[in-house]
Design a protein around this ligand. Structure first.
Ligand code: FAD
Ligand code: UDP
Length: 385
C-alpha cells in the first residue's frame, strides 16, 4: 500500500527530484508536464543533422559548492569536467569574461600586474563615491567604472532585460566577479561539470523508479488534483490562479538556429556587449561536449524580449511592480490548501540548477517531517518574497 498519492506538476528538476525523493519514501507519484519531453528548461537533445548535443532552452553549465547536491547528480549520470570560459565581442575585439586581468590589460592596452591593475581600477576607473550600490549601473560604476561598464555590460543588459541598468537591482551584476588575475573560469564553485549524455538523460535517471508515472503533453488544471493527497506545482505561480490578479512579467528568449561546417566561433558562448548587435550571445553547442567529435556544428543566436502570454517564461523580472503583484499572489497561495509551490516558476525566482535541487531535497524532507507529525503542508517551503 502506498503512503499516499502525490501529483507533481512539471517534469523539470523540481518535479523530478521531489517526486523521486518521495517515491523512495513509499509514495505513489504522478508527474504531468505540458511539454512533450521531460527535463524542463534543462532539456538537452541530439541535433538530428549534426549529432551535436543541444541545450534546447539555452546554455546550462552545472556548478555548485553544495557537496550533497553534487553527490546527488553524480548518482544519476556521469559528469565530465567542464569549465565555462566565456568570451565577449565589443568594439571590434574579442575579450575574456568575467572581467579579469587579461580583459583589463587588453582593453586599456597595458601590461599591468595584479596589484597595479587593482590600483588602476579602484583609483582611476571605479566611482568610489558610491558607497552602497543599489542599481546594476551603480554596482558596475562602483566596481569596474564607466569604460568597462559601457563596453561589456550596458548594451548587453539593455538587450537582456529590455530596460536601462539604472532600473535593475545591483544583485543581477553581483553574480559576476571581477578578477585581478588571469583566471577566466566564469564560475568560482568547487564542483563544475557537464553531464556526459546531457541533462535529459540525467533527469530520466532520476525519474526511473517503479512508483513514478510521467504523463507528457498534459497540462494541469486544478480539477486534476482530485484523488491526490497533495500537489507540488512547479508551473508559473500566477498560472495556477488563472492569472486572476494579472500577469507576472518575464523575459523570454528566441533562438535562431544555424549550422556550420567546422568550428564557427571556437568557444561555447560568445557574448555581444554592444546594443547595436540585436542578439545577446551565440552558443555553439558542440563546445559543451569537448570529449565528443563532430564535423558539423549547430549554433543558436539568442534574442531576449518581453514574454507574451503564449511564450515560454524564462527570466522573472523582479522589479517593484512585479514584487507588489507577487505579494498578492503569495497571499492567495497561502490561502489555498493541498498545494505547495516550488521551483523557479512556482516561486518566481531565478534559480540555478544546484539551488533548484537543494530546495527540492529540502521540500521533500519538509513534507515528510510535517506529514509525519500530522501537520499542514505549507504553500511555500521557500518564500518567493
Ligand atoms: P523548469 O525547468 O522551468 O520546469 C518546469 C516544468 O513545468 C516545465 O517543463 C514546464 O513545461 C512545466 N509546466 C509549467 N506549467 C505547467 C502546467 N500548467 N501543466 C503542466 N506542466 C507545466 N542553471 C544553472 O545552474 N546553470 C546554468 O548555466 C543555467 N543556465 C540557464 C540558462 C537559461 C537561458 C535559463 C532560462 C536558465 C538557466 N539555468 C541555469 C536555470 C535552470 O534552467 C533552472 O534552475 C531549472 O530549469 C529549474 O527547474 P524547475 O523544475 O524549477 O523549472
Ligand atoms: N551581463 C552583461 N554582459 C555580459 C554578461 C552578463 O551585462 O557579457 C549582465 C546581464 O545583465 C546578465 C547579468 O550580467 O543578466 C548576469 O550574468 P549571467 O551570465 O549570470 O546571466 P545569465 O546566466 O542569467 O544569463
Amino acid at each position: 500500500m502506498p503512503k499516499g498519492k502525490l501529483l507533481m506538476v512539471g517534469a523539470g528538476l523540481s518535479g523530478a527530484v521531489i517526486g523521486r525523493e518521495l517515491a523512495e519514501q513509499g509514495y505513489e507519484i504522478t508527474i504531468v508536464d505540458s511539454r512533450d519531453h521531460i527535463g524542463g528548461n534543462c532539456h538537452t537533445e541530439r541535433d538530428a543533422e549534426t549529432g551535436v548535443m543541444v541545450h534546447v532552452y539555452g546554455p546550462h553549465i552545472f556548478h555548485t559548492d553544495d557537496e550533497e547536491v553534487w553527490t546527488y547528480v553524480n548518482r544519476y549520470t556521469t559528469f565530465q569536467p567542464y569549465k565555462n570560459r566565456v568570451k565577449t565581442t565589443s568594439r571590434g575585439q574579442v575579450f575574456s569574461l568575467p572581467v579579469n586581468l587579461h580583459t583589463i590589460n587588453q582593453f586599456f592596452g597595458k601590461t599591468m600586474r595584479p596589484d597595479e591593475a587593482h590600483a588602476f581600477i579602484t583609483e582611476e576607473q571605479a566611482d568610489t563615491s558610491i558607497e552602497d550600490p543599489q542599481t546594476f549601473e551603480e554596482q558596475a560604476m562602483r566596481f569596474v567604472g564607466r569604460d568597462l561598464y559601457e563596453a561589456f555590460f550596458k548594451g548587453y543588459t539593455m538587450k537582456q532585460w529590455g530596460c536601462h541598468p539604472s532600473e535593475l537591482p545591483a544583485s543581477i551584476l553581483k553574480r559576476l566577479p571581477v578578477r585581478f588575475n588571469y583566471d577566466d573560469n566564469y564560475f568560482f564553485h568547487k564542483f563544475q561539470g557537464m553531464p556526459e549524455n546531457g541533462y535529459t538523460v540525467m533527469i530520466e535517471g532520476i525519474l526511473d523508479h517503479p512508483s513514478i508515472t510521467v504523463k507528457l503533453s498534459t497540462s494541469f488544471d486544478r480539477s486534476m488534483a482530485d484523488g491526490f493527497d497533495h500537489v507540488f506545482y512547479s508551473g508559473p505561480l500566477d498560472g495556477y490562479f488563472d492569472y486572476e490578479l494579472g500577469r507576472l512579467s518575464y523575459r523570454t528568449l528566441d533562438f535562431e538556429r544555424f549550422t556550420y561546417e567546422g568550428d564557427y566561433q571556437g568557444c561555447a558562448v560568445m557574448n555581444y556587449g554592444e546594443e547595436s548587435v540585436p542578439y545577446t550571445r551565440i552558443t555553439e553547442h558542440k563546445h559543451f561536449s569537448p570529449w565528443e567529435s563532430h564535423e558539423g556544428s549547430v549554433c543558436y543566436r539568442e534574442f531576449s524580449r518581453a514574454a507574451e502570454p503564449d511564450d515560454i517564461p524564462y527570466y522573472p523580472i523582479r522589479q517593484i511592480e512585479e514584487k507588489a503583484l507577487l505579494g498578492e499572489y503569495v497571499e492567495l497561495a497561502e490561502q489555498a490548501s493541498g498545494v505547495t509551490f516550488v521551483g523557479r516558476l512556482g516561486t518566481y525566482r531565478y534559480l540555478d540548477m544546484d539551488v533548484t535541487i537543494r530546495e527540492a531535497l529540502d521540500t521533500a524532507r519538509g513534507f515528510l517531517d510535517r506529514s509525519g507529525r500530522g501537520e499542514a503542508i505549507p504553500a511555500f517551503f521557500k518564500s518567493p518574497l
